[in-house]
Write a protein that binds this ligand. Structure first.
Ligand code: PGA
Length: 252
């Protein structure tokens, strides 16, 4: 059985005080959700402050991005080791905002994924189609090519540690959520791609999250789908009650 993972991507939101308050609000309510893994991904500058709040609790800490090199002259970048050093266990990679606003390619996401795994961080590798691609019936092809490009060279042993997030770009921050059937179809395709590339046993262990306008009121039916193993949540992760409400949906 795959444990559900509810991950909050705070994006470029909060300030130091509200980040700490949000983390405290979440930590304060986790006792009811022991059956679910919870993760918060604050802006990098607040990682250390949030780390202090979540240390020793069941809430894990993640970053929203990293660079694939270990250290050196890469102005403005952060390495996997640095993220681990401040308490991160996870890192979101290839989020659609990084792909489409900041020009990140599958090749870059792939390097980061391999570096995260080598450093012992769990990469949450995001894939997802644009609205135009869905309308042109290209969803499956786009997902396959992002899967292949972003996860090239990941071994069967490593893939079991990877989390994949399916985030249709047209559903992110728009209030337009994919129907449970639309999401499940892509999740099942991803599971098939994993089985083809690796084997059924490894494929069955990989958690595939859905992201795109998830909130407490729609989480239950999305998370009830057989191949939806959690949620990557943006807007609704900025309120502790709402985020915990999504965790409640994962408990069922
Ligand atoms: P949203 O963002 O929940 O605000 O749609 C999801 C995401 O980008 O991970």
């Amino acid at each position: 059985m795959r444990r559900k993972l509810i991950a909050g991507n705070w994006k470029m939101n909060t300030d130091r005080a509200s980040a700490v308050a949000l983390a405290k609000g979440i930590v304060g309510g986790v006792d009811k959700y022991k059956a679910v893994d919870l993760l918060v991904c604050p802006p990098a500058v607040y990682l250390t402050f949030v780390a202090e709040v979540v240390r020793g609790t069941s809430v894990a800490l993640g970053a929203q991005n990293m660079y694939h090199e270990g250290n050196g002259a890469f102005t403005g970048e952060l390495s996997a080791a640095m993220l681990k050093d401040v308490g991160c266990s996870h890192v979101i990679l290839g989020h659609s905002e990084r792909r489409h606003i900041l020009g990140e390619t599958d090749a870059a996401v792939n390097k980061k994924t391999l570096a995260a795994l080598a450093a012992g961080l769990v990469p949450i590798v995001c894939v997802g189609e644009l609205l135009a691609e869905r309308e042109a019936n290209k969803t499956a092809a786009v997902i396959r090519s992002q899967f292949e490009g972003s996860l090239a060279g990941v071994s069967a042993e490593q893939i079991e540690k990877v989390v994949i997030a399916y985030e249709p770009v047209w559903a992110i921050g728009t209030g337009k959520v994919a129907t449970p059937q639309q999401a499940e179809e892509v999740h099942a395709d991803l599971r098939k791609l994993l089985t083809e590339r690796y084997n059924g046993q490894s494929a069955a262990k990989v958690r595939i999250l859905y992201g795109g306008s998830v909130k407490a009121s729609n989480a239950g039916e999305l998370l009830a789908q057989p191949n939806i193993d959690g949620a990557l949540v943006g807007g609704a992760s900025l309120k502790a009650d709402e985020f915990l409400g999504i965790a409640a949906g994962a408990v069922g």
